[in-house]
Design a binder for this molecule. Structure first.
Ligand SMILES: O=P(O)(O)OC[C@H]1O[C@H](O)[C@H](O)[C@@H](O)[C@@H]1O
Length: 265
């Protein structure tokens, strides 16, 4: 799990782009529960848990635990760079069938993640990997996700399926929506805080937009009661886009999260 705040631009001669970041450095970018990120045993909610080597219960819906074992294991950590405006860290871990390396770079303008899964099996396998990003917003009920045009949509909460013609996905009650092949980049528009969070990816044909607000039910757990404060915009390769990983081979995914003021929204 990561807790990232953009580093404020401090130089008087900083370029305009950096200066504008001062407008949002007082707002968190990732949501997490500071008292206990592990809300249930083994269920990390908040920050950016990684779902791997499968998402949900896997491509054939027959694997446990939910979202794979990666969010449950300990990693070795190496700090590769640590300066006033740049932190670069490498995490290594092992899961059944794959070794994983996650690179994390935090700067004053972006959070960059790279995830490499390397097969340790002697035969091909299907793997999935998804960054489960909990993005902090001012009011989830007013947010929309853009960059979704052309996606094949499946909302698992409502059963709605089909191609998405419009380039806008409102975050409503019952949003547990898998998007395959959105045009991208995905943009979370947050009118309450007048800003946009942009997710640029490589090797990530799948997105999932999830918020725990339900129209027919109430959740009394922390994630459920905090629904207004975050939207999960998850990115990776899952379900119909599970990765066929040959014996001994690697696959790499990349994600860059940036934040921009949006006075018009
Ligand atoms: O409760 P968790 O295992 O953390 O999963 C939280 C959520 O993750 C994803 O967004 C899934 O699409 C949802 O169906 C699930 O409820």
């Amino acid at each position: 799990m990561l807790a990232w705040q953009p580093v404020p631009a401090i130089s008087a001669g900083a370029p305009a782009a950096s200066s504008s970041q001062l407008a949002w450095t007082d707002r968190p970018v990732l949501w997490f529960d500071p008292t206990d990120p592990q809300e249930l045993p083994g269920v990390i909610r908040g920050g950016i848990p990684v779902c791997a080597p499968w998402f949900g219960h896997g491509p054939a819906d027959d694997r446990n635990p939910q979202h794979g074992a990666m969010r449950l294991i300990d990693f070795t950590r190496e700090i590769l760079a640590d300066s006033a405006n740049r932190l670069r860290v490498r995490y290594r871990g092992s899961l059944p069938g794959v070794d994983v390396v996650q690179m994390v770079e935090m700067t004053d303008s972006a959070l960059r993640l790279g995830l490499t899964l390397t097969s340790t099996l002697g035969h091909p396998q299907q793997v999935e990997a998804v960054w489960h990003s909990y993005l902090r917003v001012g009011d989830a009920s007013r947010t929309t996700v853009r960059g979704v045009a052309g996606a094949d949509l499946h909302n698992y909460a409502t059963g709605q399926r089909g191609p998405l013609a419009d380039d806008i996905l409102p975050v409503r009650p019952d949003t547990d929506t898998v998007l395959q092949d959105p045009a991208g980049p995905l943009v979370l528009v947050d009118p309450a805080w007048r800003r946009r969070i942009t997710l640029r990816t490589a090797g990530c044909p799948t997105a999932v937009v999830w918020n725990p607000l339900l129209s027919q039910d109430t959740r009394s757990d922390l994630t459920g009661t905090a629904w207004r404060d975050f939207v999960c915009v998850e990115t990776g390769a899952a379900k119909e886009h599970a990765i066929e990983l040959p014996a001994g081979r690697s696959t790499t995914l990349q994600l860059e999260i940036g934040v921009h003021p949006d006075p018009r929204s």
